[in-house]
Design a protein around this ligand. Structure first.
Ligand code: SF4
Ligand code: SF4
Length: 507
């Protein structure tokens, strides 16, 4: 999910009509001074980071003068810069607080509905508030067809013991808050604290919004460049991975780097999960065997082979890993032969130079294992494949043994492009190009590309393969990028088929 910073969340709230303290986000100490001067009087300087308990960590500071605000901003910006976090601070007026409230909204997957949570007291988090003041916390499930209605908002206030004029202003704010969260397609949103100031105004002193990953593309105004919940700035590879994911919603591809400071020989593994929960079990097995993990990658939800291919290329691009391990739940419903072909093509193109152990259980398991085992010997490093009946620990044990005995090859080079003498080409949905070299195809006896093409979009035209749909249809998704025509051609045909799948930003 895509977390927004406080200053971004407050922009959404203001747009919905909810008041926030005077001020704004700045990137330099000089801008902080100017902002504080413009506000006039005491200000608060807040680091724009996703960590919780910022006050306790010294990431929120108060200043009586604009010079003091500039000093605090300089210190916070220096601190956040060294930790790799976003370089912004929020400078806002310091307000006198009469009373604090909490208001939040989450999408409750069980209820399949948004739930508004309100508390008549504030605190550092809703869990703490609920623990200390259980009678003050009101939960209200919202009917998405009607949205939050005025009488419901007033009832929420009444349940929290709030009546009179305050009830009217708070219930009006609740409606604005619901519309703000709904408009931004937030998975969760909160204002904490929502303050009643000594002047009698309701002000959102802090705000947090988390946007649904799959809604991000509808909200360019939010400026989210990567819809992932990182508590640090994304790495270059994570940006590359997000670019792949945001352009292809077939299945899911999650990529997070966990360790970037390692060298060959330090037992660091490139990890590739294929099914969330099961992936965790396999990671635990790696840790138990003394491995470190370079990344957490998960391709699941029946991704096309091309997505698995790109995931594998990213994992292998991490210099210094000693091995490659894929593991999932063992009973995945996705078509595992697609994952196997994606891996085989990635290992061929990158010329795999670390041992790989693949535990690939579930739908199409036997076929997937056969595809991987057949490819062993095609690259410098060995590949072993196992199914659900082999435990994660056994698979990791095999990886351990292969890593300790493998001598890596110096100067490995990616597989060179093969110019076709008589090319027949068409494009795929993610910008790939499929090429059949008719000069080679003519003498091919198996025509393996034809029968291995699952959507059956290839036919024989005389003695060469040709699309039986238009090129436009192939590009719109008629070609599912299963990669079978290249992989099967390589192992059963004349090697006249080749697919290039660009990965923007991968060096
Ligand atoms: S299997 Fe390969 S060489 Fe044979 S016809 Fe198909 S693309 Fe051409
Ligand atoms: S042409 Fe057919 S076999 Fe080749 S990648 Fe596309 S869908 Fe797969």
């Amino acid at each position: 999910m895509a977390k927004l910073f406080e200053y971004q969340s407050k922009q959404i709230l203001r747009k919905a009509g909810i008041a926030t303290p005077k001020g704004g986000a700045v990137e330099t100490a000089g801008e902080a001074r100017a902002m504080a001067t413009g506000i006039g009087g005491a200000v608060v300087v807040k680091a724009q980071v996703w960590t919780t308990s910022r006050a306790a960590k010294g990431l929120i500071r108060f200043a009586d003068t604009s010079d003091e605000a500039a000093d605090h901003a300089a210190a916070l910006l220096a601190e956040t810069a060294t930790s790799g976090l976003v370089n912004r601070v929020l400078v806002e007026e310091k307000v006198g607080i009469e009373r604090e409230f909490y208001i939040g909204l989450i999408i409750d997957d069980h209820a399949r509905a948004p739930v508004l949570i309100f508390s008549g007291v504030g605190g550092s988090g809703i869990e703490e508030i609920a623990h200390q003041h259980p009678d003050q916390v009101v939960r209200h499930t919202i009917d998405i067809r009607t949205g939050l209605r005025e009488f419901e908002a007033r009832d929420i206030c009444a349940q929290a013991g709030i009546n009179g004029k305050l009830m009217l202003s708070l219930s009006a704010l609740m409606l604005q808050f619901y519309e703000a969260a709904r408009g931004a397609e937030a998975r969760s949103a909160e204002i904490n604290p929502l303050a009643l100031t000594t002047k009698g105004d309701l002000l959102a002193l802090d705000g947090r919004f988390t946007i649904d990953d799959y809604a991000v593309f509808r909200h360019p105004e939010l400026g989210i460049d990567i819809a992932r919940e990182f508590d640090r700035a994304p790495t270059q590879l994570e940006r590359v991975a997000w670019n792949i994911e945001k352009g292809d919603y077939r299945g899911t591809f999650y990529f997070a780097q966990m360790d970037t400071d390692f060298h060959r020989g330090e037992k660091v593994i490139g990890f590739h999960g294929n099914g969330g929960g099961g992936a965790m079990i396999n990671m635990d097995a790696l840790l138990r065997h003394g491995f470190r993990i370079a990344d957490f990658v998960d391709t699941s939800g029946n991704p096309p082979a091309s997505k698995v291919y790109r995931a594998a290329r990213l994992i292998l691009s991490q210099q210094g890993i000693d091995g490659y391990f894929m593991g999932g739940s063992g009973v995945a419903s996705q078509e595992q032969f697609n994952s196997a072909r994606g891996l085989v093509k990635a290992f061929m193109d990158a010329q795999l130079n670390v041992p790989a152990v693949i535990r690939i259980g579930g739908n199409g398991e036997d076929q997937a294992i056969a595809i991987l085992q057949r490819a062993n010997g095609e690259f410098p490093a060995p590949v072993e494949a196992y199914g659900r009946d082999t435990t994660s620990d056994s698979c990791v044990g095999r990886l351990e043994s292969l890593v300790s005995s493998y001598q890596s090859v110096d100067e490995i080079k990616p597989r060179p492009a093969q110019p076709a003498a008589e090319p027949y080409t068409f494009e795929t949905i993610t910008g790939g190009t499929i090429t059949y070299d008719y000069a080679v195809c003519r003498t091919c006896e198996t025509k393996a590309c034809i029968d291995s093409c699952d959507p059956k979009i290839l036919s024989l035209d005389g003695d060469v393969p040709k699309l039986n749909i238009t090129r436009e249809e192939a590009k719109r998704g008629g070609c599912t990028e299963c990669l079978a025509c290249e992989v099967e051609c390589h192992f059963r045909g004349n090697r006249g088929g080749r697919i290039t799948l660009p990965i923007t930003g991968l060096v």
